[in-house]
Write a protein that binds this ligand. Structure first.
Ligand code: URA
Ligand code: URA
Length: 196
């Protein structure tokens, strides 16, 4: 059921012309994962690799994200659904403008509404600002639970930021440990993770 609703939304997003980003990208990156997942991850927008393949988080940052998830006992297609603030790649990977974020946001809200995750992890400043508050600071907000429409939300650093600055790996790991603890509390008390 959720799968069908998502596929119908995907068809709509695939033909979207609401902003200029579609003209400059190759593929629309709608999102992927388990439509029934209790855990949703939200990034900023597609990069070059994602644009080529039409899938989220498949470049270097995506590989790091998969490793982090694995350390938490999560697998992207089993435990998660992964999406982005904007579905089309901004030229030269620039940060999506406020207008582009706002234009694309109804699609994200609809995705969240269909999936009904219990926990959302916001990856980086753009995800935090795009979903919660345009003025929010990731350095201040990360690691602290927020509530959005009844959903537990954990902002943390973007995996690309970890590649640029390895010192951010440690606080990010602390944030993901909180996510695992919340997952055990809300979803599966027996959730297994080798690392935490
Ligand atoms: N960075 C993002 O924010 N999203 C992706 O899908 C890939 C890289
Ligand atoms: N700088 C970024 O660009 N992103 C983050 O998530 C944190 C710092």
């Amino acid at each position: 059921m959720k799968e069908r609703e998502l596929e119908s939304l995907r068809a709509q997003v695939d033909t979207c012309q609401r902003c200029k980003l579609r003209e400059g990208c190759q593929r629309v990156v709608f999102g992927e994962g388990n439509p029934e997942a209790s855990l949703m991850l939200i990034g900023e927008g597609p990069g070059a690799e994602e644009d080529k393949l039409g899938r989220p988080f498949v470049g270097r940052a995506g590989q790091l994200l998969d490793k982090i998830l694995e350390a938490c006992g999560f697998e992207r297609f089993t435990h998660t659904y992964i999406g982005n603030i904007v579905k089309c790649r901004p030229p030269q990977n620039r940060i999506p403008t406020d207008e582009e974020r706002l234009t694309c946001r109804p699609y994200l809200h609809r995705q969240i509404g269909i999936i009904e995750p219990k926990i959302i992890v916001l990856l980086g400043a753009t995800a935090l600002q795009g979903l919660i508050d345009p003025q929010a600071k990731i350095t201040k907000a990360r690691g602290n639970w927020l509530m959005w429409q009844g959903i537990w939300v954990m902002p943390t650093y973007h995996p690309a930021a970890l590649l640029r600055n390895p010192q951010l790996k440690r606080p990010t790991w602390e944030d993901f440990k909180k996510v695992v603890a919340k997952y055990r509390e809300l979803v599966d008390p027996n959730h297994y993770s080798a690392n935490c």
